[in-house]
Design a protein around this ligand. Structure first.
Ligand code: PA5
Length: 454
């Protein structure tokens, strides 16, 4: 059974004034063809490395984790953004799977409390730290690394190396130099795969394989979705359908794309999506250098929990949101609601129903309410939560994101806005390479008007 994408409610919400119809979609087909052609050209010129990842050879990873699992039962990922979100998303989706033998903890902030909590949970001698950074110098990851480096040296002196692995660019960056100086085991982030597109590389495959995830299953699912998206019959191409409908609705004022999983285990998959969609499509300049300030804001919501928090806004608030429901058909664990009060009307309608059945019924109920209210929505159904279907999902959204970028005439692979924040951090922290920027941040601090702080 394949991942199922139901898109009728993207094209035919009753509110014809603000929504889009099948006719709009058909009218946009020449534009879609252009974007698809560009996609194929970029694949052919090796710019879109993620396209080739389903064929990734996992032997090195498997050999490494087989050995590592003999000594360690926990891997702490030190990384941020694309170096962290994919591992957490897939691990959380699968962590109740019985075959997962080891634990992954992700440290993706410089919040001292997060680090404290992680260090409290682990047994140092059974822990492997995986420093993951494509650029090899991100301040957050570097600071985590330096702290862990000292903790390990204090505990194990020269043997600290046994607890560290590095995942970074094959040649460039500070962390690559560290692996050489200190002779540390290392993995690579391919040059042509950006951080947020890197979940199917060593970046997440190493931690996931260590945990016991069937990484070949992930790749197989991704490969199957690549195949499904390899068609110019765009009504049958899930990536193009997703991209084009979102872009057409965005042009009509649907500025927000909400991903709403109906399962707690998928909340971090929605978080992964937020980075992918937000960082790839939020751009100031188009490909011709014109200022366009584009981008649809991704948001996450959890069913059923947020039905009691956000759905009022989705149903009655402005027509500016598209909701993507994530639904799971088969749960690994389930409960039947018992008939405790057979004569009580207020609860006996729930009796003998499975909890998963109620969850999915509520998803359908919200879908109906949103559709009636004129809120475009679509539903992605996982027949089961396993590696194969997660792989399909990952590839689908990576390709849809790139296609949406091409439809918007922007570069979905860069992130100049993230770089700007990184540079300001370096300048504020006194990095010697950023003296020029130091003047600017110093001036900013001096000019902050005390009258506006109360
Ligand atoms: O997608 C991206 O490129 C970014 O979000 C990065 O993943 C993030 O900034 C972390 O960068 P790095 O892996 O270089 O430490």
């Amino acid at each position: 059974m394949k991942l199922n994408f139901s898109f009728q409610n993207l094209l035919s919400v009753p509110d014809a004034d603000t929504g889009i119809s099948l006719r709009d979609f058909e009218n946009a087909l020449p534009e879609a063809e252009k974007a698809y052609k560009k996609f194929l050209q970029e694949v052919a010129s090796n710019e879109l490395g993620f396209y080739y990842l389903p064929d990734f050879d996992t032997k090195k990873i498997t050999n490494f984790v087989n050995e590592a699992s003999k000594e360690y039962d926990t891997m702490v990922v030190l990384g941020i953004g694309g170096s962290a979100l994919g591992s957490r998303a897939v691990y959380d989706a699968l962590k109740t799977t019985k075959s997962l033998i080891n634990k992954i903890l992700v440290c993706d902030n410089v919040d001292p409390i997060q680090l404290y909590e992680i260090l409290e949970q682990i047994e140092l001698k059974r822990t492997l730290f995986n420093v993951i950074t494509k650029s090899g110098g991100t301040a957050e990851t570097m600071s985590q690394f330096l702290i862990i480096h000292k903790i390990l040296r204090d505990a194990y002196q020269a043997d600290y190396r046994k607890h560290l692995i590095i995942t970074t660019d094959a040649e460039k960056g500070f962390m690559r130099r560290v692996t050489e100086w200190e002779n540390l085991p290392s993995f690579t982030v391919p040059d042509n795969v950006g951080g947020r597109f890197s979940v199917l590389t060593d970046v997440s495959l190493v931690p996931l394989a260590f945990a016991g995830v069937n990484i070949n299953g992930l790749l197989k699912g991704a490969g199957a979705m690549r195949e499904r998206c390899n068609t110019t019959d765009f009504m049958k191409n899930p990536a193009m359908m997703l991209a084009l409908s979102h872009v057409l609705l965005f042009r009509k004022g649907y500025n927000i794309s909400v991903m709403m999983p109906y399962s707690n285990t998928l909340v971090n998959l929605a978080d992964w999506y937020r980075q992918l969609w937000g960082e790839s499509l939020g751009k100031k300049l188009d490909n011709d250098g014109k200022v366009i300030r584009t981008g649809q804001t991704p948001a996450k919501s959890l069913g059923t929990t947020d039905q009691h928090s956000q759905v009022q806004l989705y149903v009655e608030g402005p027509h500016d949101k598209i909701v993507t429901f994530l639904r799971v058909e088969e749960f690994k664990y389930d409960y039947t609601i018992p008939n405790v009060y057979p004569d009580e009307l207020s609860t006996n309608f729930l009796a003998d129903c499975k909890l998963s059945e109620l969850l999915n019924t509520e998803q359908l109920a919200t879908e109906i309410a949103l559709t009636d209210a004129g809120c475009p929505n679509c539903t992605i159904t996982f027949p089961a939560l396993d590696e194969y279907h997660l792989g399909e999902f990952i590839y689908l959204f990576e390709m849809a994101t790139v296609l949406a970028g091409y439809l918007l005439n922007i570069d979905p692979l860069n992130q100049p806005g993230v770089e700007a924040g990184k540079i300001a951090t370096y300048a504020l922290m006194g990095h010697p390479k950023y003296t020029e920027h130091q003047q600017k941040v110093k001036k900013y601090k001096q000019e902050r008007n005390a009258e506006y702080i109360i």
